[in-house]
Write a protein that binds this ligand. Structure first.
Ligand SMILES: Cc1ncc(COP(=O)(O)O)c(C=O)c1O
Length: 243
């Protein structure tokens, strides 16, 4: 089985997912894509991509509550995946009993054969509501529009960052191979933790690993150009302190 991140959280690379799936299919290898950083940034067409499995979460770019996600399985792969947890909700018994096919007081357990076989026990229904609302909001705005706005903002930030001395962009400039994740290393900035400095001094939250001199800006559609420009200016001021 092949498992790939559709967008890497570390480098911001967006892989050519359709091509990767075609390679896997040609060799008869099942392929799963992790789209944690894709849902909410751009439309996802799992049939067009051609993957067997696709997973994503709600709380990143979709702006849904934490603790809920989405798993897609291609229908003909359902039988290949065994459930590792069980509970009511995934038991076909009540359905069969209603149809008159089974005694509901039996001791046997008959898992449903569709994707509901993964939905066991009492679930976080309030989070389902939150995820639905987030999907509605993204759909109302339009994922194509969101993608285009993110592309413009990210291209602007990448261009500016590539001009900051001591900063090396890790995310490709090509929007076809990237998204709103803008990752870079900053070996030329001597501050022990520029990411922490951004948060403590400017209340700007970034993903960062000071020990690796690594930082990532998450450039989402609701950010303003001025906010991003300011962040780059602040990093530049840190870099200038070393000059
Ligand atoms: C690429 C990638 N996949 C998966 C995850 C984990 O997602 P979750 O916390 O919803 O399991 C993350 C993030 O934290 C991520 O960056």
């Amino acid at each position: 089985m092949i498992f790939l991140s559709h967008i890497s959280c570390r480098s911001g690379l967006r892989i050519p997912a359709k091509e990767a799936c075609a390679v896997a299919r040609d060799r008869g290898i099942p392929i799963m894509l992790d789209g944690a950083h894709v849902a909410g940034q751009m439309p996802i067409d799992v049939r067009d991509i051609g993957c067997d499995f696709y997973s994503t979460c709600g709380h990143k770019w979709l702006l849904a509550p934490q603790g809920i996600g989405i798993l897609y399985l291609r229908e003909d792969r359902l039988k290949d995946v065994q459930v590792s947890w069980c509970g009511w909700g995934m038991d076909a018994g009540p359905e069969l009993a209603r149809a008159g096919g089974l005694d509901n007081n039996r001791l046997a357990f008959e898992p449903l054969q569709d994707a509901r076989k993964f939905e066991y026990g009492t679930r976080p229904y309030a989070l389902y509501g939150g995820l639905n609302a987030a999907i509605d909001m993204a759909s109302e705005i339009g994922l194509e529009k969101i993608e285009a706005r993110i592309r413009n903002l990210a291209s602007r930030v990448k261009k500016q960052l590539s001009e900051v001395p001591g900063v090396r962009l890790l995310t490709p400039l090509d929007p076809g191979f990237s998204s709103g994740l803008v990752a870079f290393s900053h070996p030329g900035i001597k501050h022990p933790s520029p990411g922490q400095w951004l948060w403590e001094k400017h209340r700007t939250l970034v993903s960062h690993k000071p020990q690796d001199r690594w930082m990532r800006l998450s450039v989402s559609y609701y950010l303003l150009e001025e906010e991003l420009d300011r962040t780059v200016d602040r990093l530049k001021s840190l870099a200038d302190e070393n000059a």
